[in-house]
Design a protein around this ligand. Structure first.
Ligand code: BTN
Length: 269
């Protein structure tokens, strides 16, 4: 038997009101977890439905892409959404971009037009050129290799930004926005719901166009860094699974599925 899902109301001791999320979503809150992705995965394994959101005030072992640690003190947003997409795992990679566009829309609605919000490949959000938020997609498959669950984890620097990052980071507070992390839950959930519906109806093309409209350094030269080296070239665009299309100096077009994007200093200098 599947244990009943406990939906905890939003912490009334510190929050003024319960975020008004879409009716098809439900919100679980925790004070401290290792990682909201892990805690939500446990709920998924116990039968939690698509649309379950788990938010925690802090994480003791928050992680980013490639197993890097994600600093998770109280004051920032740690948010994970559970989906059970009925599509091949490769196609589900597009959901990182769906989530990125949704998060970008939610942030854009909070900040003045003079502030730039950009998408840095694959799933980062930049505010005036500095990293404000990151997204980590994790999934599990059934014995027959079908997707069972997919968790979209988002970390948004609301009060604090980590220092000394290879790519500089920022926080909403550094731009003068005094928000509580919980203020972001409803706007992000509504934007996710809208964009996931659109992706299901119209496919990846609309999402990719929206991502391109705010893309960091698309059409410009970039350096993509890996653990053991780097590649430079022109950032042409996204392939159908979200891979980066990079045109290198010899004119060849390469597909990159991982790496961290930086401006290509040599090409600029
Ligand atoms: C990255 O930029 O490398 C992705 C960072 C993703 C961080 C979020 S915070 C909520 C969720 N829980 C985690 O442990 N990671 C994601």
């Amino acid at each position: 038997m599947t244990p009943a899902l406990t939906v905890v109301t939003f912490d009334p001791m510190s929050e003024a009101s319960i975020p008004q999320i879409p009716g098809s979503y439900n919100l679980v809150t925790r004070k401290r977890v290792t990682s909201t992705n892990d805690a939500l995965r446990v709920l998924a394994d116990n039968g939690a439905p698509e649309g379950t959101i788990l938010v925690a005030k802090s994480q003791s072992a928050g992680r980013g892409r490639y197993g890097r640690s994600w600093q998770s003190p109280p004051g920032n947003l740690y948010f994970s959404l559970l989906l059970r997409p009925d599509c091949p795992p490769m196609q589900a990679l597009q959901l990182g971009f769906v989530a990125g566009v949704a998060l970008g829309d939610a942030i854009l609605a909070l900040v003045p037009k003079s502030v730039s919000v950009q998408h840095k490949w694959p799933n980062d959000i930049l505010l005036d050129g500095r990293k404000l938020a990151g997204i980590l997609l994790e999934s599990g498959t059934t014995a027959s290799a079908k997707l069972d669950w997919l968790v979209i984890g988002m970390g948004v620097n609301v009060a604090n930004a980590p220092q000394d990052m290879a790519f500089p980071a920022t926080a909403l507070a550094a731009h003068g926005y005094t928000l509580r992390p919980s203020d972001l839950i409803a706007p992000i959930a509504h934007a996710l719901s809208r964009w996931i519906d659109r992706w299901r109806k119209d496919g990846f093309a609309t999402v990719r166009s929206a991502w391109y409209a705010r893309a960091y350094r698309r059409g410009q030269s970039v350096q993509v860094r890996f653990e053991d080296g780097a590649k430079s070239g022109l950032f042409v665009g996204l392939d159908d699974d979200g891979a980066m299309l990079l045109q290198t100096a010899n004119g060849a077009r390469e597909r990159l599925s991982y790496g961290a994007v930086f401006p290509d200093i040599q090409a600029a200098g």
